[in-house]
Design a protein around this ligand. Structure first.
Ligand code: E4P
Length: 222
């Protein structure tokens, strides 16, 4: 399973990269706004900075909602770096744009996916990644992770090659559940990866190992 970080914050991306387990980055217009990045040129420059930190796939989202606008943005975004993946929303024009990108050798991430039917459309259009939003489904009181399992089952039966990118992942528990449900990729903030490290028995065990080592050393020295 690939690990992507879901942020436009350069420090967090550097920190995740330093762990040696980062496979890519996803952003969206809200995450760019959170970093106060606006204007086409500044956005492009920011993507270029992200692509300098990681060789992994970097999802860059289009703002247009019409086919011609999405085609124009996709063509511009892929010029930034070889590892740019164009993120396109699951709307009617978006599916057309996905199919156009596929025909033109542009890799894509279909975003804002909330149902198995939408995931089938994304795969039919040749999306490289499909992004079901787990946390946002949980937010409305439904069971988000069921969607990952459903898409994984359908893609396996149908032989679709689109990778399932579990998005809107908010915790370590979500990461583990997405892995079990068949996600190819998870994307989440650094804090969710941080939570995977934590187990009280690890801390207690390490403390004991180090204390025993110290004790043995002082016995040897006496
Ligand atoms: C990633 O591609 C999505 O934009 C992101 O995971 C959405 O997460 P959120 O629901 O926590 O905003």
């Amino acid at each position: 399973m690939k690990f992507f970080i879901d942020t436009a914050n350069l420090d967090d991306i550097r920190e995740a990269e330093s762990l040696g387990i980062l496979d890519g980055v996803t952003t969206n217009p809200s995450l760019m706004a959170k970093e106060n990045i606006s204007g086409e040129e500044n956005v492009r420059d920011h993507y270029a900075k992200i692509c300098q930190i990681t060789d992994g796939d970097v999802s860059a989202e289009v703002i247009s909602t019409d086919l011609e606008g999405m085609k124009r943005e996709a063509s511009e975004l892929v010029k930034i770096a070889d590892n740019i993946v164009v993120k396109i929303p699951m709307i009617r024009e978006g599916v057309k744009a996905l199919a156009w990108c596929t025909e033109n050798g542009i890799r894509t991430n279909c975003t804002l996916v909330f149902s198995p039917g939408q995931a089938i459309l994304a795969a039919k259009a040749g999306a490289t990644y499909v992004s079901p939003f787990i946390g946002r489904i949980d937010d409305i009181g439904w069971e988000g992770m069921t969607l990952i399992a459903d898409i994984a089952e359908i893609y396996a039966i149908q032989g679709f090659e689109t990778q399932i990118l579990a998005a809107s992942i908010r915790s370590g528990k979500h990461i583990v559940e997405a892995a079990k449900a068949g996600a190819d990729v998870v994307t989440c903030p650094l804090s969710s990866y941080d939570s995977l490290f934590k187990h009280p028995l690890t801390d207690i065990g390490l403390e004991k190992f180090l204390a025993d080592h110290k004790k043995a050393q002082s016995v040897a020295a006496s």
